[in-house]
Each structure stands twice: as structure tokens, then as C-alpha cells.
Write a protein that binds this ligand. Structure first.
Ligand SMILES: Cc1ncc(COP(=O)(O)O)c(C=O)c1O
Length: 468
């Protein structure tokens, strides 16, 4: 059986024309991302210096301090206190729902380490993400492989790593899983009405439609596979809490169909889509107020409820500061060129449809004349535009802009196009000692992130290759 499988998915002689790919194991048909070694990760984690700051601290003052200490390139401030606060808020407002953080949103290892220490679990989309969290000590039972269309080599890796829980949404995927990992615990991802999603309509790509559920359940039964639950994603940046209600009703209908077919349904995964900040509607609390009673009425206590939030966890944790390295003046307007852009940490503008607001940082900026201003990133591409015709005070070369709430789908999707990449991360702990319920957080930060041995503060996120 295994031999057949290996033959079917093993690289063929012709694969060698792909040149540099030398498969290390039978299923390794794809070039693996160059990742930091465990030693590099440990070294980076140990080198982190955490500055302790008061909640509600003055971010501009902190940015000025960092800039003064001769950092003349773009950098991030990462506040682990905010991260901890988000987890505590989640647990207070959605107490029945276990968090499986979607690390695609931001795989920063310091954040992951903090989340691991707080008992958060993980949604991984690929072999590389599974490796990333397992290398940090996460056991396979704390991972859901939540990509409904997986590479065969990644399924094989999940089998080897004993990551059993995985999603699917079509018949071919079921047959593939049957061949490679018949012992997997399967979660049927269903399509939802995601028209209210402001950032990404995921059901245009994934999710079985209602008309397909019956057949998928039958095929799973015929193949003697283990269907254990249902998942959905209402779309990233959901602007209508009712989307969760109708998705939950749909999930219940799948439960009923599957239970009638003889499956023991024990897991419901309510996906992501939760807001990163409370500035828009619905707020996280408003979504929780819709979700909680529906969970109680539709899903009995033995059903384990999980979710895969990304944006909710990461967005508020990061502030990005960029420096103006060049300027172009006309009598009517100003054009600024800064050292990070849409190919880098501001990739969220292109891929995640975000509109980050630039805040000027300089002496007496509010007393200066104002101009319609355009801000470009550092590459030679004209698409590398952060904002056009923004009303801003006159800024000088060498001064700075900063952007708040830059932790979701930013550094994670940055690339090194034209040789630019922001790789400086400064960590602070804003001592958010109270939770949404007013309790102290369960895990103090010092217990999960070691104090520094050296005065160095730069940490490469796992998404970045180590220096060769
Ligand atoms: C399968 C899956 N789960 C979770 C997430 C995280 O979504 P969000 O950041 O909206 O919470 C995504 C985002 O693309 C996803 O594809």
C-alpha cells in the first residue's frame, strides 16, 4: 500500500528537468522554503529585548527614541502586551471557542512563542507553517491543517508529523487524502455567503456548496474516511455579524446530514473574519453576541468549537515607521519617497485591501503648511504607491511617517523586490495587565520570552530566509 503510494506521488525521472529540485523524501516535490534553523530561531528569541511600557504609552515618543538611537531605516514596534490582551479578550467574550491562530496572518516567531505560552493552538496552511510551529514546541494535536486543497507532499508530511486534523471541500481531495493519509480526521469546509467581507471573499475559492454536501458525505463514507466536523470562513474583514449566524445554521445542516449517514460529528470550526480593531462595525463584541447564543442552541456541549482568527490577533500589535529618503516638490503638491512600500510591509494595500493612514512625525508638524501629498515606496515601480493626494503637512527628507495597526497581512506577505525589506522589529510589553473581565492574564510575558543576553534587538520573522 505504502509502496504504491510512494510510486504514485514519487518524483518521476522527468522531474529532474526542474533542475535544482533534489527531493529529500519521496513526496518532496516542491522546493521547500529556506527557513531558519532551530538554532537560529532560538538565538533570535533569546536576543529579543523587551522594553516595558505603560498601557496607553505615547507611541510617538517611543518612535522618536528609536529613531534617535540612529535607526535610519524603516522598523516595526511590536507590542506583545496588545497581543496578550487580544487573547484574553477573545477568551472573555467567546469562552466556548478555542483559538487556533491563523499564522499566515503574521508568523513572527516572538508572537508565536507568546501565543504558545498562553495555550493558543494553530491553523496552518502548509508544510512550512506546520514546521514553523512544531519547531517552537507545538504538538500535532494543537494544529489544524486548514487548507482545503493541499499539495500531496504536504499531506504526506502531515501524516509523518501526526497532524491529523485537516479540512477538505471536494471529492478529489477526499480521494487524495484516502491514498496518502487515510487516518486523517476530516473537517468539511463549506461555502458561506461572504459578500460582507471587506478584505477577502474566501468562498469564491474554497468551500463546498450545499448541493455538494450529500455527495461528499457519501464518498467519505464509501472510502471509510473519518469525517469529524465542519468548518467555514465568512470572509476576511466581515462587516455583517449575521454572516456568522447563517454560516452556523448551514453548519448545523451538515451535522444533521453527516450524523444521519453515521458519522460522529464532534468539531465545529467557525474560521476567521473577526475584526482587528474596534473602530468599525461590527465590533468583536457584537459578533460574539450573535455567535454565542447560536452555538448554544445549535451545538450540544460535547461538540468542540474552534476558530481560526488571524487579523483579530495580530493587527493592533504592530506599528510601522518609515523614513522619507527623497522628495519632489511642485508649487501645488509634494511627493515623498519612503523606505518601505507595497512590495514590503505595506503589501496589505495590494493583497488585503487595507488603507493605512500615514501619521507625520516631525517637530511642530501641525503648524506647517499643508499640501496634497503622494507617498511612494522605495522600488522603481510606479505601482509602489502608498497613498495619493493625502492632505499632509510639509515634510523634510530624513523625517518619518508611521502607520498604526500594521500587524495583519503586512510583513507576512512582504518580499524583497528591488532589494528592499524591513527587517527591524523592536518589542515592547505594554503591560496590559487587565483583561476584558478585569483579571490578570494567565501567563506573564517573562515566562514565555527569555530576557536578553545581548543588547541586540533585531529578530527575523520565520517568513524571512536566514542570511546565507
Ligand atoms: C482558512 C483560513 N482560516 C483563517 C484565516 C484568517 O482569517 P482572518 O484574518 O480574517 O481572521 C484565513 C485567511 O485567509 C484562512 O484562509
Amino acid at each position: 500500500m505504502t509502496e504504491n503510494l510512494e510510486r504514485e506521488y514519487a518524483p518521476q525521472a522527468d522531474d529532474s528537468i526542474l533542475g535544482i529540485i533534489t527531493p529529500a523524501e519521496p513526496y518532496d516535490l516542491v522546493p521547500t522554503i529556506v527557513e531558519p534553523t532551530p538554532e537560529q530561531v532560538t538565538e533570535a528569541l533569546n536576543a529579543v529585548q523587551l522594553a516595558s511600557v505603560e498601557p496607553g504609552f505615547d507611541i510617538e515618543k517611543l518612535l522618536r527614541t528609536k529613531i534617535r538611537s540612529s535607526h535610519n531605516h524603516a522598523f516595526f514596534i511590536v507590542d506583545l502586551g496588545i497581543l496578550r490582551g487580544q487573547v484574553e479578550k477573545w477568551r472573555a467574550l467567546l469562552p466556548r471557542v478555542e483559538m487556533f491562530y491563523a499564522l499566515k496572518c503574521n508568523p513572527n516567531p516572538i508572537m508565536l512563542k507568546q501565543l504558545i505560552g498562553m495555550g493558543v493552538n494553530f491553523d496552518c496552511a502548509s508544510l512550512s507553517e506546520i514546521k514553523t510551529v512544531m519547531r517552537l514546541g507545538v504538538t500535532p494535536d494543537r494544529i489544524i491543517f486548514a487548507n482545503p486543497c493541499k499539495l500531496p507532499s504536504h499531506i504526506a508530511f502531515a501524516r509523518t508529523a501526526r497532524v491529523k486534523m485537516m479540512t477538505f471541500d471536494n471529492e478529489d481531495e477526499l480521494r487524495k487524502i484516502k491514498k496518502i493519509f487515510p487516518g486523517a480526521r476530516l473537517v468539511l469546509r463549506i461555502a458561506t455567503d461572504d459578500s460582507a467581507a471587506t478584505h477577502s471573499r474566501l468562498s469564491t475559492k474554497f468551500g463546498a456548496k450545499e448541493a455538494e454536501w450529500g455527495n461528499l458525505i457519501k464518498v467519505a463514507k464509501d472510502l471509510k474516511l473519518r469525517l469529524i466536523g465542519v468548518s467555514f470562513h465568512v470572509g476576511s474583514g466581515c462587516s455583517d455579524a449575521k454572516a456568522y449566524d447563517s454560516a452556523l445554521q448551514a453548519a448545523r445542516r451538515v451535522f444533521d446530514l453527516a450524523e444521519t449517514a453515521g458519522f460522529k460529528m464532534e468539531l465545529l470550526d467557525i474560521g476567521g473574519g473577526f475584526p482587528g480593531t474596534d473602530t468599525g462595525k461590527p465590533t468583536f463584541q457584537q459578533i460574539a453576541e450573535v455567535v454565542n447564543p447560536v452555538l448554544t442552541s445549535l451545538f450540544p456541549p460535547h461538540v468542540r468549537i474552534i476558530a481560526e482568527p488571524g487579523r483579530f490577533v495580530a493587527m493592533r500589535t504592530h506599528t510601522l515607521a518609515v523614513t522619507i529618503h527623497s522628495r519632489r516638490k511642485t508649487p501645488e503638491q509634494r511627493v515623498y519617497y519612503v523606505d518601505d512600500g507595497v512590495y514590503g510591509s505595506l503589501s496589505c494595500i495590494v493583497w488585503d485591501h487595507q488603507h493605512p493612514t500615514p501619521f507625520p512625525l516631525g517637530r511642530n508638524v501641525h503648524e506647517r503648511p499643508r499640501y496634497p501629498s503622494t507617498i511612494f515606496g522605495p522600488t522603481c515601480d510606479s505601482i509602489d504607491c502608498i497613498g495619493k493626494d493625502i492632505d499632509l503637512p510639509e515634510m523634510q527628507v530624513g523625517e518619518w511617517f508611521y502607520f498604526k495597526d500594521m500587524g495583519a497581512y503586512t510583513a507576512a506577505s512582504a518580499c524583497q523586490f528591488n532589494g528592499f525589506l524591513t527587517d527591524r522589529f523592536f518589542y515592547v510589553d505594554s503591560k496590559q495587565t487587565t483583561t476584558a473581565r478585569g483579571k490578570r492574564p494567565s501567563t506573564p510575558l517573562r515566562d514565555v520570552v527569555k530576557q536578553p543576553k545581548v543588547q541586540k534587538q533585531t529578530v527575523p520573522p520565520t517568513a524571512r530566509p536566514p542570511p546565507s
